[in-house]
Design a protein around this ligand. Structure first.
Ligand code: TRP
Length: 451
C-alpha cells in the first residue's frame, strides 16, 4: 500500500485547517449576525461558545483523525473494532458532500461575480440594472448551473492533486492572498465617508441582545465556521504528523477563523453604511448590496471601484475554494482507503455526484422554487438538514467517542504528545470534551426542535 500523505509543516497544517474553516460562513454570515446580536457583546458570547463547545469538538475530531491516521469511517472502526461506532462514519461521508452540493452553488455565484467585475459590468451599468441583477441571475436556469459547474471543476482539480501537491499547495497560496486582499479592502472601506457608522454597528456592545437565541446563533455559527461535525477536521488531522501540537494548531485555526470573520465585517459594513444602506441578511448582503455599492462608488473613481470589486470576489472565491476542497477530501479519503479506489476516479465520481445534487440546489432558486420539502426549497432544506441536524449529530458522536469510549491514555497522548506539552490544557479540554461540549450540543438540538 502506498504510504499515506502528510501535511509538510506546522504552517501548512494551520493554513489548510484555517482554509477549511475560513469560508463563506465568515464573509457573509458572521458580519450580519454580529450586527444583529449586539456587536462586540456577541463576540464575547461567540468566544465563550467556541472555547466551551466548538474548540473541544475540534480537538475531539483532531484526536480521532491523528490517532487513527484514517478517513472518518475507517478511523472509528480502527479505534473501536467490533463495535458499531463506525456506523456514524457513514454519516460523515454523506454530510460533507451534501454541504458541498449547495456550497458550490454559492461558490459558483462568486465565480460569476468575478467575471462581471472583470468585465467592469458592476461599475459601468446603470444602478437599477446592478441592484436587480442578483435576483435575475440566481433565478435563471443555465447561468448559475454553469457557474456551479466551473466551481466544482476547480474544487475537483485541486483535490485531484492530492494532499501535498493539491490541498497544501493551494491553501499556501490562497490564504495569504485572501489575507492581503481583505486588509486592502478594510483600509479602503474605512476611508469612505460615513464609514464610522458601520464600525459602530459591528462593535457597539449591546448586552441586552444576549438572549438564548443569541447563544444558539453563536454556537451554530461556531459549528459551521470551524467545519465541525462532518469529519472534515478529522480527515485533515489524519494528515498531521505526530510531532505537531494539536492544541496549538486547533487554537491557531480557531483564532484565525474568528479574526478573519471580524475582519470581513470591517471590510463590508463600513462600505454598506457609507452607502446609506441597511445591512441585509444572508447572500443578499454580499451579492446584492456590495455590487450596488461598487456601482455607486464608480461615479467618482471607476477604476478604484472596479479593482475593489475584483479584489472582493477573488477573496470570496479563494475562501470558498479552500473550504470546498476540505469537504470533498473527506469522501475521497474514504473511497481511496476503504474501497481501494485510486484518487482520480474517486475524486471524479464524488465530484460528479455532488455536482448533480448541486444542480437541484441551483434550480431551487428558479424553475424549481415551487418544489418544497417540509416547506423549504431544496437549497434551504439541505442547509437546514446539515446545519441544524447532521453537523451537531456528528459533533455529538465525536465528543462522546473521545470522552467516553477512547482510552483516556490515548487522548492524553494525542493532546500532550506523549506527556511533553499542554499538560494543564489537556485536563481542561478533556473535561470539556466529556461533559460540557455534549451538553452544549444537546441544547442546540433542543433549541432547533423548539424554536
Ligand atoms: N467553515 C466553512 C465556512 O465557514 C464551511 C465548511 C468547510 C464546512 N468545511 C465544512 C462546514 C465542513 C461544515 C462542514 O464557510
Amino acid at each position: 500500500m502506498k504510504a499515506r500523505e502528510n501535511f509538510g509543516s506546522r504552517a501548512a497544517v494551520i493554513m489548510a485547517m484555517a482554509g477549511s474553516a475560513i469560508g463563506l460562513g465568515n464573509i457573509w454570515r458572521f458580519p450580519y449576525i454580529l450586527g444583529e446580536y449586539g456587536g462586540a457583546a456577541f463576540i464575547l458570547l461567540y468566544i465563550v461558545a467556541s472555547l466551551l463547545v466548538a474548540v473541544p469538538i475540534f480537538f475531539a475530531e483532531s484526536i480521532i483523525g491523528r490517532r487513527s491516521r484514517s478517513n472518518a469511517y475507517g478511523a472509528l472502526r480502527k479505534l473501536a473494532p467490533g463495535t458499531r461506532w463506525h456506523w456514524a462514519g457513514i454519516l460523515t461521508i454523506v454530510s460533507p458532500l451534501l454541504i458541498l452540493s449547495y456550497y458550490s452553488v454559492v461558490g459558483g455565484w462568486s465565480v460569476q461575480y468575478l467575471f462581471k467585475s472583470l468585465s467592469f459590468d458592476f461599475t459601468s451599468a446603470p444602478a437599477e440594472a446592478v441592484s436587480g441583477y442578483f435576483g435575475t441571475f440566481i433565478s435563471s436556469t443555465w447561468q448559475p448551473i454553469l457557474s456551479h459547474t466551473a466551481f466544482m471543476a476547480m474544487v475537483a482539480g485541486i483535490v485531484l492533486g492530492g494532499v501535498k501537491k493539491g490541498i497544501e499547495k493551494f491553501s499556501n497560496i490562497a490564504m495569504p492572498v485572501l489575507f492581503v486582499l481583505i486588509v486592502a479592502i478594510i483600509v479602503y472601506s474605512l476611508t469612505l465617508p460615513g464609514s464610522a457608522k458601520g464600525v459602530a454597528y459591528l462593535l457597539k456592545p449591546d448586552f441586552s441582545k444576549l438572549n438564548a437565541d443569541a447563544g444558539a446563533a453563536a454556537l451554530g455559527q461556531a459549528f459551521f465556521s470551524l467545519s465541525l461535525g462532518v469529519g472534515t477536521i478529522l480527515t485533515y488531522a489524519s494528515y498531521v504528523k505526530k510531532e505537531e501540537n494539536l492544541i496549538v494548531s486547533g487554537l491557531g485555526t480557531a483564532v484565525s477563523d474568528l479574526l478573519f470573520a471580524v475582519m470581513a465585517g470591517f471590510a463590508i459594513m463600513p462600505a454598506v453604511f457609507s452607502a446609506g444602506i441597511e445591512p441585509g441578511t444572508g447572500p443578499g448582503l454580499v451579492f446584492e448590496t456590495l455590487p450596488f455599492i461598487f456601482n455607486r462608488m464608480a461615479g467618482s473613481l471607476p477604476i478604484v471601484s472596479a479593482i475593489i470589486s475584483i479584489a472582493f470576489f477573488v477573496a470570496i472565491l479563494a475562501a470558498a475554494l479552500t473550504s470546498a476542497i476540505s469537504m470533498l477530501e473527506v469522501g475521497v479519503a474514504f473511497l481511496t482507503e476503504e474501497k481501494g479506489m485510486k484518487r482520480v476516479p474517486a475524486t471524479l465520481l464524488l465530484a460528479f455526484f455532488t455536482w448533480l445534487i448541486g444542480i437541484l440546489c441551483s434550480l431551487s432558486f428558479g424553475p424549481m422554487s415551487g418544489v418544497r420539502i417540509l416547506g423549504d426549497t431544496f437549497f434551504d432544506f439541505l442547509d437546514h438538514l446539515c446545519s441544524n441536524w447532521l453537523m451537531p449529530l456528528g459533533g455529538l458522536v465525536f465528543t462522546l467517542f473521545v470522552g467516553w469510549k477512547l482510552p483516556k491514555a490515548d487522548v492524553r497522548d494525542e493532546l500532550t504528545n506523549g506527556g511533553t506539552c499542554n499538560r494543564v490544557l489537556y485536563r481542561v479540554f478533556y473535561y470539556l470534551i466529556r461533559f460540557v461540549a455534549p451538553v452544549g450540543i444537546v441544547v442546540v438540538f433542543l433549541t432547533n426542535l423548539l424554536l
